[in-house]
Design a protein around this ligand. Structure first.
Ligand SMILES: [Zn+2]
Length: 294
């Protein structure tokens, strides 16, 4: 359920931030000392004095919430809706009474602050790519996905404003990754797959040639399905989970029609976060969203 009570006012949002931020104890953001005492307040926020460096700070100091003109309750509402409901910034702008520019800046800052998911593969792994029409901001066109099958030529590249996005599904630990790349080539594929714990990682792919070099590499056991031959599943060898994850990623990106190719990485990070909080109740989900940017 939507965490109304936590976002009721700036004071209740401040209270939430205080709880999440100092869950492991207070620490001075200037010198990391734990010798810190309460020292009045700054608006809705608790203020502190560091006994080591003599400097003061408050609950927002050193976070992306600092110096925001937008109240923390509104800001958290925006981030929550953005991640949880895939709300576009234009739609958020209609809900929140602040300038579009500053809201846009804050939401993108939020997305950029999220950690990139650390790829660590157990395997077996499905890998596949899809292509997003994302040029420079302002002249992006949303196009239907390329038809699969025989049309393997003319794959997109970053330079051609159609950057590839790789999806990796680790069947060993259930993790899924969505990683934008400059181009869909052997080097990129190797970089994506090198973070694994196996001596011989089983990799399922389609028939795209960038995956071919895995075939005679002792570190990999590659099995492929050739979609062009009307073959989609061959025992365990398929990339169906990648394809369904890719369609979720496409749907995730679609409300944000203005996403430029340089921002693709940032816009896909909240998509990862969204999956993490999917089954969590509103309160927990909101706390995790806050924690993810501290
Ligand atoms: Zn200090």
């Amino acid at each position: 359920m939507f965490p109304f009570e936590l976002l009721r006012s700036e004071a209740s949002a401040a209270n939430l931030l205080e709880q999440v931020r100092w869950r492991d104890g207070l620490q001075c953001p200037h010198c990391r000392s734990e010798s810190v005492i309460k020292h009045g307040s700054y608006r809705e926020y608790q203020r502190y004095l560091c006994k080591d460096c003599d400097r003061t700070f408050n609950d927002k100091t050193g976070t992306i919430f600092a110096h925001a003109k937008i109240g923390l309750d509104k800001l958290l509402f925006a981030f929550y809706s953005f991640v949880r409901f895939n709300t576009s910034i234009h739609q958020l702008d209609a809900e929140i009474d602040v300038s579009y520019r500053s809201l846009h800046r804050r939401v993108e800052q939020f997305a950029r602050t999220l950690d990139a998911p650390a790829v660590s593969l157990v395997g077996p792994v499905e890998i596949d790519e899809f292509y997003v029409s994302a040029g420079k901001k302002g002249r992006e066109r949303d196009q239907p996905s390329r038809s699969r099958g025989l049309s393997k030529r003319g794959r997109g590249t970053y330079a051609k404003d159609k950057p590839p996005v790789f999806t990796l599904v680790d069947r060993g630990n259930g993790q899924r990754y969505t990683v934008p790349a400059k181009s869909a080539d052997e080097t990129t594929v190797r970089l994506l797959l090198e973070n694994n714990e196996k001596e011989s990682l089983t990799v399922y792919t389609d028939g795209f040639r960038a995956y071919d070099p895995l075939e005679d590499d002792e570190n990999f056991h590659r099995e492929s399905v050739i979609h062009g031959d009307g073959e989609y599943v061959d025992g365990d060898a398929h990339v169906n989970t990648c394809e369904s994850h890719a369609s979720l990623a496409r749907r995730w990106l679609s409300p944000h029609r203005g996403v430029s190719k340089d921002n693709l990485t940032a816009y896909l990070r909240p998509f990862h976060l969204r999956r993490r909080i999917l089954r969590k109740p509103g309160r927990e989900a909101l706390k995790e969203i806050v924690q993810a940017v501290l």
